[in-house]
Write a protein that binds this ligand. Structure first.
Ligand code: PBG
Length: 325
């Protein structure tokens, strides 16, 4: 008779080789997507103060960042656009020669191996900074749908593999799906930011994308941080409308949502490690309070373990390099 304890979990932790053999979750460069902020012009690189290492760039400079990402094995990029001028209805969002549309074309030509995703939203293009058109001070859901569909279609025309609506209007997946199908883009996929919370963690992004609402906030359309069941209702509504993959955002503070969405839908799930999550890690590491490389990889592994198939993260290239190809 052996004595207590019979089960000794430490037996399989003794060496790296043993640990590698039984590791349940893996993190690979191909599961990472790098967000990029593009604007018109040439040779532009404007650093974002609250996101060290992140910059707004012109298309030519963006290509260099995308190339470095591709070289490190990063699976995809997601593009955000900064228009030359903004107006009340965000007409820059579907400009044939807009920064995003040009960036997509350039990426498809120069780096055909990397997945190109475009963020579909009005907030970077409207002068008031809201994610849709305003009527009586409120974002008009149904009037916004047509504009979102137009932008998504212009991204598909440029060659985007996936369009990703992040506006949180009701019915946008169906509106976008119909517009794509009617125009011969039935193969363009939709990744919806289905469970997108009204989060303070987006602060630094709004500096990067110049999209802070001039008045009010986004609580009238983004989700209340206290709600989890509602996230599932959002997700199932998008599934009924024909979505291909689902995003949860932010990632770190919402891992329970990532886990439930994966378990209850079986759909491909993406999680967005947002600007505030990025900034916090950078700031603490800069002060020497945490080990940057280890925290970066652990934060991403945790998101994968919760159930995310792929992760949108500003650390994509760095993490991919750390992981090796
Ligand atoms: C656009 C959009 C936002 C983010 C992604 N798409 C900002 C917002 O909703 O205010 C946030 C990304 C980040 O914080 O990294 N609607």
């Amino acid at each position: 008779m052996s004595s207590f304890p019979q089960y000794r979990p430490r037996r399989l932790r003794r060496t790296a080789a043993l640990r590698n053999l039984v590791r349940e979750t893996t993190l690979a460069p191909a599961q990472l997507v790098l967000p990029l902020f593009v604007r018109e012009g040439k040779k532009l690189r404007k650093p974002v103060g609250s996101m060290p290492g992140v910059a707004q760039t012109s298309v030519d400079e963006m290509l260099r960042d995308a190339e470095a990402a591709a070289k490190a094995g990063v699976g995809g990029v997601i593009l955000f656009g900064l228009p030359e001028s903004k107006d009340a209805t965000g007409t820059g969002a579907w400009a044939e020669k807009g920064a995003v549309q040009q960036a997509v074309r350039a990426l498809k030509k120069e780096l055909p191996g990397i997945v190109v995703i475009t963020d579909v939203c009005m907030c970077e293009y409207t002068d008031h900074g809201h994610c849709g058109v305003l009527r009586d001070g409120e974002v008009d859901n149904d009037a916004t749908l047509e504009l979102l569909a137009r932008s998504a279609l212009s991204h598909a025309r440029a060659g985007a593999d996936i369009v990703a609506p992040s506006d949180m209007m009701d019915g946008r997946v169906q509106a976008i799906r119909s517009a794509l199908d009617e125009n011969g883009f039935s193969s363009t996929a939709i990744l919806s930011y289905a469970a997108k919370y009204a989060s303070a963690f987006y602060g630094p992004f709004r500096e990067a994308a110049e999209s802070t609402p001039r008045s009010g906030d986004r609580r009238g359309y983004q989700m209340d941080p206290g709600n989890a069941d509602e996230a599932l209702r959002e997700v199932f509504a998008d599934i009924e409308e024909g979505v291909d993959a689902i995003m949860v955002k932010p990632a770190g503070p919402y891992l329970d949502i990532v886990s439930r969405v994966k378990a209850e839908t079986g759909y491909p799930v993406a999680a967005y490690q947002v600007s505030g999550e990025y900034a916090m890690i950078c700031a603490a590491a800069e002060r020497g309070w945490i080990d940057r490389e280890r925290v970066v990889l652990e934060s991403l592994l945790g998101i994968r373990r919760a159930g995310a198939d792929f992760i949108l993260t500003y650390f994509a290239t760095e993490a991919a390099a750390l992981l090796g190809n």
